[in-house]
Design a protein. Sequence first.
Length: 185
Amino acid sequence: MSRPSLSTTGGDKGKTGLFGGERVSKASTRLHAYGTVDELNAVLGLILAEPDVTKELQDQLHEVQKDLFCMGSDLATPLAKSSERIVRIAECDTQRIEKWGTQLEGDLPALQKFILPSGCRAAALLHQARTICRRAERWLVHLAEEEAINDQSLIYLNRLSDYFFLVSRTINKTAGTAEREWLPK
């Protein structure tokens, strides 16, 4: 029986290879971390297919996708196996996200109350991306407790979830969709 060439069968017993050749369990913290980053990147693909995402935000989100791909490679490569071929998340990547977030926040009304994750479909998907980003961040914290990681990856994800919140609010504003405030009972 033939199989696609990308099916190496190397993972059939629950192990996968890291950059540098080390084989680890597919249930390892490292795999959870970069698998969740990959999941986040896939959700961004859904968001980019939404009509309410402006060209400017599409361009930014495409840059984030590239960053997340880089982060996946970063996380798949233990720091001890560093090489010139590995591109790691850097402080300048985080600064770019912060700059975009500051610009978006300046165009939004100040929050007076908590808002519910809702709105138009693109905005709701951005709230989903925000929560996946937070889960990826938790996995990175867990991984960092086990071994050294690129600290910039953790900082980047922390800022990225804030950025997604602001993009969601921006898309709702542009689409004319009111934000739903959370009101305690």
